[in-house]
Design a protein around this ligand. Structure first.
Ligand SMILES: *[C@@H]1O[C@H](CO)[C@@H](O)[C@H](O)[C@H]1NC(C)=O
Length: 340
């Protein structure tokens, strides 16, 4: 099993345990070890694909490595989540920030390519992945591993175009991170919906990002829409001015990025009797109490975004991240909204 290239060696390990079906649709979710729940607590019946995040790259050898702190959990991830749902597929997510462990695929979270050269190299890497995965599938007689990547909301990052052709020919799909449009650290002075489906004023939105990926040449059935199971909180400048785009002063308390999981947001609403507002024009929710304002996706936003994705011909949706859900309410909502 000696191999010259580490990626190749890694794929050989993965393929030893491989059995997978072509994706009909993707009801995906990311999980990571310190997210608040154990892998065994994931209701995997609500998902077709689970992404285990993150493994790293050794910058000297380019090998995929899993930290020793995560090794035990990652090695058991597939077995664990398949107890409740034997047909759920698992992907090892690289970046975001391992070895093999019978995952069904690899997911690259490269946040973000920063130069034209990075984009060229990304394209080369994706094409090498495809060739290596196909060669191994042929050698082993087993099905090819899934190859995916998480990408920005649109086909360019700071004006740099993603390698569209390599993405189209080499990946099974891309996870479009249709969120984080605004957040207190990088947009402190105004409250905002960080993952609105639409924006009539022409600012970035999930739908504008999806449309521009399709326009750039990636077919709709290779796109998977990201759903945030979290929101961002801002400190209002004036407690009585609590709408969208109200003056604000960064995150409450001035520390951290202001992000809150959906389960924490529901606690905030319950504890403060906070009013909730759903805006159907942009498809986003927010709530507020005192000088705290939180923009997020509640059930209505999720159950509007998922049919949008289906109607557009997208392959599916994914959640970042499964542990932020509250009693699986959003995961259930999304699954139900997609239908069979
Ligand atoms: C919904 O959001 C849009 C964009 O911010 C805004 O123009 C509109 O007034 C909001 N609708 C309601 C009912 O608040």
């Amino acid at each position: 099993m000696a191999s010259k290239t580490p990626v190749y060696a890694f794929l050989i390990c993965v393929l030893q345990f491989l059995h997978l079906c072509a994706a009909q649709n993707v009801k995906g979710g990311y999980w990571f070890p310190d997210s608040g729940i154990a892998a065994s607590d994931i209701d995997s019946t609500l998902f077709t694909h689970l992404f285990c995040a993150f493994s790293d790259l050794n910058s000297n050898t380019n090998q995929v490595v899993i930290s020793s702190a995560n090794a035990a959990q990652f090695s058991q991830f597939t077995n664990t989540v398949q107890i409740k749902n034997p047909s759920v597929k698992t992907l090892l997510s690289i970046g975001g920030g391992a070895s093999s462990y019978n995952f069904h695929g690899l997911d690259l979270d490269y946040e973000y390519p920063l130069s034209a050269n990075d984009m060229v190299n990304l394209g080369t890497l994706l094409d090498e992945w495809r060739v290596a995965a196909a060669a191994e599938a042929q050698a082993s007689g087993k099905q090819r591993i899934l190859l995916t990547a998480a990408v920005s909301v649109g086909p360019s990052v700071d004006g740099l175009r993603y390698p569209i052709q390599s993405i189209s020919r080499s990946l099974d799909w891309i996870n479009v991170m249709a969120y984080d449009f605004y957040g207190p650290p990088w947009a402190p002075s105004m409250t905002n919906a960080h993952a609105a489906l639409y924006d009539p004023s022409g600012r970035v939105s999930a739908s504008s990002g999806i449309s521009s990926w399709i326009q750039a040449g990636v077919s709709a059935n290779k796109l998977v829409l990201g759903l945030p199971f979290y929101g961002y909180s801002w400190q209002l400048a004036n407690a009585n001015n609590h709408g969208l785009m109200a003056p604000a002063n960064g995150a409450p308390g001035g520390s951290g990025d202001g992000s809150k999981g959906y389960n924490q947001i529901l606690d905030f609403i319950a504890n403060n009797n906070a009013p909730k507002v759903y805006n159907s024009t942009i498809v986003a929710d927010y709530c507020y109490s005192g000088t705290t304002w939180i923009g997020y996706d509640d059930k209505q936003s999720i159950s509007t975004k998922v049919p949008y994705a289906k109607q557009k011909g997208l392959l599916g949706y994914f959640a970042w991240h499964v542990a932020a859900d509250a009693n699986w309410a959003l995961s259930q909502q999304a699954k139900q909204a997609w239908g069979a």
